[in-house]
Design a protein around this ligand. Structure first.
Ligand code: PLP
Length: 399
């Protein structure tokens, strides 16, 4: 084969599988051991120490204990890192566990205790930052205010693009420039590694709620951060100490999910474009938020390779209309979460973003849609019939 870099579609299918032929297998082996036989005290102990400090198991010391290291998880991490153009990745029991580790590893040393967070963010992330639970002080700001918010004790900048739930885009490279050397973590959940690679734009970490597109089938809760090997060490140290390693069965499913990630994202995105365009013509809808619409800075193309498959709509009838819509869909499931093969919709202000401070919470007129793999005409028909109920509610309200 030539030395030409492989296309991401190919990487997604083959990453983390280079040893299969030598192992004589065609599917990833799953190692469910919670503990491992020790060669002897000395070598086992040295390996333990290496992993407790965020390093790898030592070849003659073994994996010791599965809170420190699991080969099935490591295999998924290798594959995800390759897709994110990163040296390493570190997988966690949830997206929130990943965010927690990123915060702890960047604010509990060397006089760093301050975080700059660009709003809007996923409600759980906002809640974690605002709660003060992890001891860090947080300045929430707009993307243009990052430079002014940085202090000598700032250890981390956090942003999300496209942002949950409003689909706002943030210029990653511009924020990295403003951060002036402070590591920037980008929540890349909505974009996936197929549409956006924050490390290529100077970010230090790309975080995913792997629960979403990476898993893709609504059956795994997981998080993962792609980063340098040095940052990975710091994250693995927190993971080992706090006990937030991903379960190997979840890692197996995520690794399997990576193979179809490109084709899922492309198909879901193609439908989302059609749905977004069609919703713009619906009288019940005040505004459609989709990254490819009103992209005045040209971030789709420059930063993202497509708008993705998430849409937010503002309803003319406000909360009552949202209630009617979420209660009237038949094919869409009224449920939180996103990025799976089936279409979901939910009301962020009441659910995913409920813990966010009232002045930063998304409006009560917003409903968020995650477009799945169903036939797009069927999705449009479902939305049209449900929005006709919304029209009736709005007409009743104005009578
Ligand atoms: N980041 C984003 C953008 C999310 O949407 C979510 C969950 O919805 C998270 C992080 C947290 O991930 P998890 O639910 O896997 O902990």
């Amino acid at each position: 084969m030539s030395d030409k870099p492989l296309h991401p579609d190919t990487v997604a299918v083959h990453a983390g599988r280079s040893d299969f032929a030598a192992l004589g297998v065609h599917a990833a082996p799953i190692d469910l051991s919670s503990t491992n036989p020790l060669p002897d005290i000395l070598h086992g102990g040295d390996s333990y120490e290496s992993m407790a400090n965020g390093g790898h198991p030592l070849p003659d010391g073994g994996n010791v204990y599965a809170r420190l290291w699991n080969p099935t998880v490591a295999r998924f991490e290798e594959a995800l890192a390759e897709l994110e153009h990163a040296e390493a990745s570190v997988a966690f029991a949830s997206g929130m566990a990943a965010t927690t580790a990123a915060i702890l590893s960047h604010t509990t040393g060397a006089g760093k205790r301050h975080i700059v967070a660009v709003r809007p963010l996923y409600g759980g992330t906002d809640h974690l930052l605002d709660s003060g639970l992890l001891g860090a002080e947080v300045t929430f700001c707009h993307e243009d205010e990052v430079a002014a918010s940085i202090r000598p004790d700032t250890g981390l900048v956090i942003l999300e693009t496209p942002a949950n739930p409003t689909l706002d885009l943030v210029d990653i490279a511009a924020v990295v420039a403003q951060a002036g050397g402070v590591p920037v973590m980008v929540d890349n959940t909505f974009a996936t590694p197929l549409l956006q690679n924050p490390l290529d734009l100077g970010a230090a970490m790309s975080l995913h709620s792997a629960t979403k597109y990476i898993g893709g089938h609504g059956d795994v809760i997981a998080g993962v951060i792609a980063c340098s090997e040095q940052t990975a060490e710091a994250l693995r140290r927190v993971r080992a100490i706090t006990g937030s390693l991903l379960h190997p069965l979840g890692a197996y499913l995520l690794h399997r999910g990576l193979a179809t990630l490109p084709i899922r994202v492309q198909a879901q995105q193609a439908s989302a474009r059609i749905v977004a365009a069609k919703l713009q013509d619906n009288s019940a809808v005040l505004e459609v938020r989709y990254p490819e619409l009103d992209d005045t800075r040209g971030l789709v193309g420059r930063q993202m390779r497509g708008g993705g498959a998430m849409i937010a709509i503002r309803l003319a009838g406000g909360y009552a209309a949202a209630e009617a819509l979420t209660g009237s869909v038949r094919l869409f499931t009224h449920a939180v979460s996103l990025g799976g093969v089936d279409s979901l919709l939910q009301h962020p202000a009441a659910l995913t973003h409920r813990p966010v401070a009232p002045d930063a919470r998304p409006g009560a007129d917003i409903v968020r849609l995650s477009i799945g793999l169903e036939n797009v005409e069927d999705l449009l028909a479902d939305l049209e019939q449900a929005l006709s109920k919304v029209d009736a509610v709005a007409a009743h309200a104005t009578r």
